[in-house]
Ligand binder design. Structure first.
Ligand code: ZN
Ligand code: ZN
Length: 411
């Protein structure tokens, strides 16, 4: 890929993504394939007077060997120094950047129970760090970069090199980076558009949403009281405006974890723990999944739903028009960061408490649960939007308001 474009992408990530502040530290988690992108991000961060940039490279093939051959005891152990490192990042108020580069199917052959037992052991120790990002204590951002396995999955008919180039193009387009544009200005415009839609949705203050389409989705989702619709840029607790996801097209809110009823039929495969779950549905009663099935990788879906108390309920509901830039590319990315921005989606697991609930910080965890917030240790999005999706909202005075007609926002 043309390095001019990669450098432009790096600037958007540092400026609009993590919105790095003068003197702030930056921590980057990246796959080996992102080395060139990381080089430009590090350059850009220091040009913006970052105090320190810390880069953590990893490789999925290496991780897989550990998952396959290390003892369960080893997998379950998170060394003290790793926890201390995360504390160092939080204590110094660093911005946190994750570059994802999924390798769909790479974990085939790895026992999902082993991975699940290990993440159950590790995740509580890192809860404070998840809070740091999910609750916007510091700025954080997720972006993507291609790898050959992913590129071949998305463009199976092309040669590896060509497929990788095409995937780069798609990622950059979706991220609003082209040779002749001013991506920072475009991101400012885009954030404005998303926030005016949030305002409309917030003014309605819906009690619940109802989704219906011809595939069999017929789902009612109660929203928590005092919810906030969010999407696009967000403010950190220190007041810094940043973009947690690049790209992003969604307006999202917090379902009430005890007020979800009906069936949702997924419209895209879900890449979970390296397994591709296909053609699945979930039935909800009073907020809990009570029945489900999948044509492929049912075990992976089961391990997700049974991960913990909250993973059998929802933490996020997001609206995206069927007619939207990423959706119109007509590419199945097999990756949530992109596919979730092409389609209405839900997340099993934790809610974005601070983002989606007014005055969230004044409640204890037990109070938050009672209010309908999902306190799970996981958060996994799956897509269910379609070209014929109808969405309505119920207001407090009993009015039914059309939100989506034929797959698209009506406002
Ligand atoms: Zn979302
Ligand atoms: Zn999500």
């Amino acid at each position: 890929m043309n390095e001019v474009l990669i450098e432009k992408f790096a600037k958007v990530i540092v400026d609009k993504g993590v919105a790095l502040q003068d003197g702030q530290m930056l921590v980057i988690n990246a796959p080996l394939e992102a080395a060139t992108l990381v080089k430009y991000i590090v350059k850009e961060a220091y040009l913006k007077n970052s105090k320190k940039v810390m880069v953590n490279f990893s490789d999925a093939e290496v991780n897989k060997q550990e998952q396959l051959y290390a003892s369960q005891e080893t997998l379950n152990e998170l060394p003290d120094w790793a926890v201390a490192r995360a504390h160092y990042i939080v204590d110094n108020g660093a911005a946190s950047l994750s570059i994802t580069s999924p390798k769909p199917g790479i974990m085939a052959g790895v026992d999902p129970m082993r991975m699940q037992i290990a993440s159950r052991a590790i995740m509580p120790k890192m809860k404070f760090f998840r809070k740091y990002t999910m609750e916007n204590e510091g700025q954080w951002c997720v972006v993507a970069c291609p790898n050959e396995i992913w590129a071949k999955k998305v463009f199976p008919d092309l040669e590896v090199a060509e497929a990788t180039e095409k995937l780069w193009e798609a990622i950059l387009n979706a991220s609003r980076v082209t040779l002749d544009n001013d991506p920072v200005a475009e991101w400012n415009e885009h954030n404005k558009a998303l926030s005016s839609r949030n305002e409309i949705l917030n003014n309605y203050n819906f009690v619940s949403l109802h989704f219906k389409n011809s595939l069999g989705t017929d789902l009612e989702i109660g929203l928590v009281e005092n919810h906030i619709w969010a999407g696009g840029g967000e403010h950190s607790k220190k007041g810094v405006y940043f973009n947690p996801n690049i790209p992003t097209e969604e307006n999202f809110c917090m379902p009430h974890n005890k007020k979800i009823n009906g069936r949702v039929v997924a419209t895209m495969p879900l890449n979970y723990s390296g397994k591709l779950i296909e053609d699945f549905y979930l039935d909800f009663k009073d907020g809990k999944v009570v029945a489900y099935d999948a044509k492929k990788e049912l075990d992976a879906l089961k391990s997700l739903i049974e991960f913990d108390e909250g993973s059998s309920s929802l933490g996020e509901v997001a609206l995206i028009s069927h007619n939207s830039p990423i959706s119109n590319m007509n590419i199945l990315f097999y990756n949530t960061l992109f596919d979730e921005n092409a389609s209405c989606h839900l997340a099993l697991g934790a809610s974005y408490t601070t983002t989606n609930l007014k005055d969230a910080e004044k409640y204890t965890e037990a109070e938050l649960d009672a209010l309908g917030s999902n306190q799970s240790n996981t958060h996994v999005d799956f897509m269910f939007g379609s070209s014929d999706m109808e969405v309505t909202g119920l207001t407090h005075d009993g009015k039914v308001v059309q939100i989506f007609k034929n797959g698209n926002f009506v406002f």
